[in-house]
Design a protein around this ligand. Structure first.
Ligand SMILES: Nc1nc2c(ncn2[C@@H]2O[C@H](COP(=O)(O)OP(=O)(O)OP(=O)(O)O)[C@@H](O)[C@H]2O)c(=O)[nH]1
Ligand SMILES: [Mg+2]
Length: 439
């Protein structure tokens, strides 16, 4: 979902801030939901920010703080803060209102949305606000502007129409340096289509996954996905991340980040898998077979993968191809190769660094690019994040789609073997044609 703030207004804000800088969207109520908790989750500790409100009179106003938002139940001291009006009832009309009482420039309260001034000058909302029609009826107030900011000849009504019914509220992080550098890394068009990053979308995918059952007419009750990858690639973290999403909080069921507790060992030369390994099944039925193989590859090492590892993966691929097993790549740790993604995973599909890494791995493994799925595991986070969860669950969805295809194919194969038991001499060509017709 795009940023609402027009370029001309951004330029105006840069002038008022008084140094070269650009903006990165942190929080947007129409995208992230209007709740004080989400606002603080996304904006606390992020350094300088601008908060912009768009009300139903077509007026755009807000405030700048050079200090971080926090949830400390205390005033934020900031001599550089200012409030502003950019547009008034549809017409561009920029005005700046400098702080007059720096000690109370902002107010950090975990139950409040962005709040400026003592008293307060602008109190946007508290708690959670549901959308009503096409606007959010914010429950704060703007009638007290002038307490801690100079009114500059205006009144709260000529700044805000005294109207807090907003179509949107956005908080941007202010980053030093001009935009040029960032545009080199950011692409105009996403390199892969991606729908939305909303909470609703996340719920939808989650529900779909919860409702997932392997294709009918089988005794297969679950899809078996094998995670394969080098030590430290992020297999356990992926497993834990998915587990966390469904638990609703960060968990660590499979121990990650420790060699001794490695749960996945196929590319680990220290451990061999043999018929004597506990749990080994000699002639597995479809339900006990692997249905999809996911190579977990550390996306920050695609440039330095050793030939040895590549050869191992290629050898494995040969036997997977012989078995007709679908293969997918989970490309992890992309936050390490792109600062934009590190900042916010919703930049994954506009990051040229990620695009390059995906292309490179697809080429090395001889897989279609669509089989390479960028993910960012939960590793440093203490709370779940919508974007991170969406990316992870979409990857899982793809694995399940592939597993379904495989199960389907195996059933077809079995059915045709039962139907044509007398045709062992049938030519490959004929088999191929019959296969095509079945599809
Ligand atoms: N920055 C970042 N770090 C990650 C990501 N995924 C995993 N890590 C970190 O990478 C380290 C190794 O991750 P694991 O999940 O333990 O890797 P593994 O593949 O299970 O490793 P073994 O079980 O030893 O084979 C841990 O310190 C993780 O926190 C990611 O997407 N981004
Ligand atoms: Mg592990």
């Amino acid at each position: 979902m795009s940023e609402l703030l027009q370029k001309a207004y951004m330029d105006q804000l840069v002038k008022w801030i008084g140094r070269p800088c650009h903006f990165r969207l942190l929080y947007k109520i129409s995208r992230d939901g209007c709740s004080a908790q989400t606002f603080h989750q996304k904006c606390d500790g992020q350094g300088p920010t601008v908060t912009v409100l768009y009300n139903t009179n077509n007026t755009i106003f807000g405030g700048y703080l050079s200090q971080s938002w926090n949830s400390d139940l205390d005033y934020i001291n900031d001599a550089n803060a200012f409030l502003f009006r950019l547009q008034y009832t549809g017409a561009s009309n920029p005005l700046k209102f400098a702080v007059s009482k720096a000690a109370s420039a902002g107010y950090g309260h975990s139950s409040y949305g962005p709040t400026f001034g003592g008293g307060h000058d602008i109190h946007t909302f508290s708690g959670t606000i549901n959308k009503s029609g096409n606007y959010f009826p914010l429950n704060g107030y703007v009638g007290e502007i002038g307490n801690s900011y100079n009114l500059n000849g205006q009144s709260s009504s000529t700044i805000t129409n005294d109207n807090l019914q907003v179509t949107d509220l956005e908080v941007y992080r202010v980053i030093d340096g001009d935009e040029q550098q960032i545009q080199q890394r950011k692409m105009d068009k996403p390199w892969r289509e991606h729908t939305e990053w909303t909470e609703e979308k996340m719920k939808e995918i989650k529900e779909n996954l919860l409702a997932y059952k392997p294709v009918s007419e089988t005794n297969v009750t679950a899809a078996n996905i094998l995670l394969l990858g080098q030590i430290g690639a992020g297999k356990s973290s992926f497993f834990n991340s998915i587990n966390s999403i469904f638990r609703g909080k960060i968990t660590s069921k499979a121990c990650s980040g420790s060699f001794e507790h490695s749960v996945t060992t196929t590319l680990n030369p220290m451990v061999r898998f043999t018929p004597k390994t506990p749990g080994y099944i000699k002639n597995p039925e479809l339900e006990n077979k692997i249905h999809c193989v996911a190579f977990v590859i550390d996306g920050s090492t695609t440039d330095v993968m050793s030939n040895n590892i590549l050869q191992k993966i290629k050898d494995l691929q040969i036997s997977l191809n012989q078995r007709g097993l679908p293969q997918i790549v989970l490309l992890t740790k992309l936050d390490k190769i792109c600062p934009d993604v590190n900042n916010d995973v919703t930049n994954t599909f506009t990051s040229s660094a990620v695009c390059d890494a995906v292309e490179k791995i697809a080429e090395i493994l001889g897989l279609p690019r669509a089989h390479v799925l960028p993910v960012k595991n939960y590793e440093n986070e203490s709370k779940l994040k919508t974007g991170v969860s969406i990316l992870l669950m979409e990857a899982l969805e793809r694995c399940l789609d592939f597993a379904d295809d495989y199960i389907d194919e195996q059933l077809d194969k079995k059915a045709s073997e039962e139907k044509w038991p007398q045709a062992p001499e049938e030519s490959w060509l004929l088999k191929g044609i019959r296969y095509l017709f079945r599809k």
